[in-house]
Design a protein around this ligand. Sequence first.
Ligand code: GDP
Length: 202
Amino acid sequence: AQVTQAEFIKSSVRTEDCPSDGLPEFALVGRSNVGKSSLLNSLVRRKRLALISKKPGKTQCINHFRVNDSWYLVDLPGYGYAAAPQELRTDWAKFTKDYFLNRSTLVSVFLLIDASIPAKKIDLEYASWLGQNQIPMTLIFTKCDKRKKKKNGGKRPEENVSDFQELIRGFFETAPPWIMTSSVTNQGRDEILLHVAQLRNY
Ligand code: GDP
């Protein structure tokens, strides 16, 4: 599995405005600072492409990137942004939930979780909501290159990963697939592309 072509297609503010060509899509979502743009960049190997979603006016949008002319990688706004006013957070929740529930071409939500720190309540709540609504999800653990630090609870990424899986076990009938990644070493990059290829053949 290789990315031979990747291009930015459009930013949408509503699910109805998303591309209508029916290509399968995979949506990246996670707490702000989880490493979402770094991962996007590592997947498409084009720094400038990943920066598009960070431009003013686009951070709150559904950003569609078409890969190999055959599927979409969708960048959704990050959540858990402490500085955001409550009103904006409520809007965000409504808007992304509408996308998750109504986007018929959505194959899987790639929920990004920082493996260098212990589980955060907001990530657990997020996973719980996806599970309750039976939205297909893949856990993408980020920053797996980071070594343990005392201030991070002293756990290795592998330990944080298994703790997280244990904590969300009750939310899903079958445990969601998961991939460990690092944008520094490109760990997990091929695995994600292989995973996409497998899911698309369903
Ligand atoms: P976003 O807000 O989710 O888009 O996060 P960014 O991609 O901007 O990354 C947030 C911070 O985490 C930056 O300082 C990155 O350099 C760092 N970061 C992102 N991915 C990794 C990773 O895989 N390993 C390490 N060590 N740091 C990372």
